[in-house]
Design a protein around this ligand. Structure first.
Ligand code: GLY
Ligand code: MN
Ligand code: MN
Length: 434
């Protein structure tokens, strides 16, 4: 992403903060996997959103209206020895030259510099509770100023939740963000198509997972979350990630796999028959979920509410479950008592962005949020019928279906970013036969 995009975001936030405020935002810490091995480092999404700075041990500070620079970055100093072992560092100079900071300092100097920046500011925009050790330091810096108040030092007297502002900004995707998300969705959709083509009875679930890992890394990205590849009974486990069972003919396989491309996620689920042909009962459930998904996607347009796609999906699913004989009663009553939850226990979607379950409020002032252009959400209804479900005929057992797309709210409706992943029974069977 262009440096100008990060600068624009900082300007927008500083306008909202006002001149009597300061914002402090640390990135996330590195995380140990085992003994001295660390997980690949991924910066905090809020921090990345404002800075584009990829290194750990960094703190961004925004001081609107400050004469000697409004955007300050504290980061690791350069260190030739450490860099030989652990990789390059930008250092404060690089933070200014390459990442647009007005000024930058070694992270070790933050205790000396930060109190001076707090002085004279009334509000501190800071997210409490996200990094508890850092909370203590921020309070310590404020207290240091407070202890000098008799010397006429002005103490900040108000903490404001920074994440509340940032998360609202992140909900509205810019053109550059939409471009990036479209690419993340396209690449993942292509991998789903590939998985359909490669799938054969006798393969292990992890062999299909490997296709996604390969496709994502090959394109310079990585999985946005651990891929779910569940065959047969495993398709009925919502967060199944073992991916270590054999795929058998006659079963469905559910794959929920999305790519993170330049910090933006896609989140796509497709379900298809391991041997390429839907059986009758599988097809009935699949087409019901697909009808529900299409009805839900129809509800994505500006001015409609966040919950409308979910309500549409629930209506279609409940009616269909009655028709298939899986629920008994009047659809309106069954919806009211949420009888569908026996087979459909999750909601129809979530915001999507830098985090797969992205930030942003779903309700505003107690009411469901109104959809606006630039928002991106998933639409992902499903039905899950485990074996030995009480009162359920055997032919339905172990059918688990979810269909998930990434949908952008546009000015006049919606755009399905993940539309290149095959979805109709016909398309899937054709791709698998090819
Ligand atoms: N992949 C996580 C989800 O679908 O919400
Ligand atoms: Mn999802
Ligand atoms: Mn998903």
């Amino acid at each position: 992403m262009d440096q100008k995009e990060f600068a624009r975001r900082r300007r927008q936030l500083m306008r909202m903060m006002g001149h009597d405020a300061i914002a402090i935002l640390p990135t996330r810490a590195e995380c140990t996997r085992n003994r001295d091995v660390e997980y690949p480092y991924r910066p905090d999404s809020d921090f990345h959103y404002l800075t584009g700075f990829p290194e750990p041990q960094a703190v961004a500070v925004l001081v609107p209206g400050r004469d000697h620079g409004e955007y300050l970055l504290f980061c690791r100093d350069r260190d030739p020895e450490m860099e030989i072992w652990h990789g390059r560092r930008a250092g404060p100079e690089g933070a200014v030259e390459r990442f647009g900071a007005d000024d930058a300092f070694p992270i070790g100097d933050i205790d000396d510099i930060l109190p001076g920046l707090l002085e004279g500011r009334e509000k501190v925009f800071y997210t409490m509770g996200a990094v508890p050790e850092f909370d203590k330091r921020v309070i310590g810096w404020v207290n240091r100023i407070r202890s000098q108040s008799r010397a006429g030092r002005r103490t900040p007297d108000e903490f404001v939740s920074l994440d509340h502002f940032l998360h609202d900004m992140r909900l509205y995707k810019s053109r550059a963000e939409i471009r990036t998300m479209r690419r993340a969705a396209n690449l993942a959709a292509a991998a789903h198509r590939c998985a359909m083509q490669l799938c054969r009875p006798g393969m292990m679930e992890y062999e299909l997972e490997a296709e996604f890992l390969y496709a994502f890394r090959k394109a310079g990205g990585e999985p946005a979350y651990p891929s779910i590849v569940g065959g047969g009974a495993n398709a009925c486990i919502l967060h199944y990630t073992e991916n270590d069972a054999e795929l058998a003919a006659g079963e469905l396989v559910l794959i929920d796999a999305g790519m993170e491309h330049e910090y933006y996620a896609s989140d796509i689920t497709r379900t298809f028959p391991v041997d390429g042909r839907f059986r009758k009962a599988q097809r009935a459930v699949y087409e019901l979920v697909l009808d529900a998904q299409l009805a839900a996607i129809e509800q994505v347009y500006p001015g409609n509410t966040w919950n409308a796609p979910h309500e549409a999906a629930v209506k279609v699913l409940t009616r269909g479950l009655v028709k298939l004989g899986l629920l008994d009663g009047r659809p309106s009553a069954l919806i009211k008592e949420q009888a569908y939850r026996r087979f459909y226990m999750h909601r129809t979607g979530h915001w999507l962005g830098m985090d797969v379950h992205d930030v942003g409020d779903y309700k505003v002032g107690g009411e469901w949020r109104v959809l606006e252009p630039g928002m991106v959400l998933t639409v992902e209804p499903g039905l899950y019928i485990p074996a030995r479900s009480k009162g359920v005929a055997r032919k339905w057992w172990n059918i688990g279906v979810r269909i998930e797309d990434d949908v952008l709210v546009t000015r006049d409706g919606h755009d399905v970013l993940s539309k290149k992943a095959p979805k109709t029974v016909e398309d899937i069977e054709t791709v698998m036969a090819g």
